[in-house]
Design a binder for this molecule. Structure first.
Ligand SMILES: [Zn+2]
Ligand SMILES: [Zn+2]
Length: 160
């Protein structure tokens, strides 16, 4: 990964830089992501929030309904309202799920795994030879690298 993986919203009020590679990147085909994005899937790069350096105005964090019932926090530009990342209840704000489509170089990060393919739109054909699961993957250890798992443990320990 290049040193300066940057991204931001459409109006450039919110700009960010990732200071390390993500732990894992999910391509999520769930119906919630489809509705929320208005698209076929969402690409979420999971990274420590401490590795997301803000270069512009901080995003506005909005509680959005989610399948778990606990809601997810979506970080949006206060001006153009484009979503740049989200926080899920498990790690709370210690981890950020970066929306890969907001990176300046969208080719810099590609999915490690496809999840919730049970609701994948029928015209989406996966040809990247990455693991794909009908729901969420049942065993994190088979999908995540040992290094990423260690980073995740540190994230969970740092939750506030
Ligand atoms: Zn904006
Ligand atoms: Zn989803």
């Amino acid at each position: 990964m290049t040193q300066s993986l940057q991204g931001g919203c459409a109006c450039e009020t919110v700009r960010y830089r990732l200071t390390r590679a993500p732990m894992i990147t999910h391509c999520c085909h769930c119906t919630w992501c489809q509705r929320e994005s208005g698209s076929a899937f969402v690409i979420n790069a999971v990274i420590e929030s401490s590795a997301v350096e803000l270069l512009g105005t901080p995003p506005e964090v909005i509680l959005t309904p989610s399948e778990s019932g606990k809601g997810q926090l979506i970080a949006r530009c206060p001006d153009c309202q484009v979503a740049v990342w989200s926080h899920y209840p498990t790690a709370r704000e210690a981890a950020a799920f970066i929306r890969v489509g907001t990176l300046d170089d969208r080719t810099a990060i590609s999915p490690d795994v496809h999840i919730y393919t049970a609701s994948k739109l029928p015209w989406v054909h996966l040809a990247d030879n990455k693991p794909a699961f009908a729901q969420f993957y049942p065993d994190t250890a088979t999908v995540w690298s040992p290094e990423a798992l260690a980073r995740w443990s540190a994230v969970m320990a740092s939750r506030t």
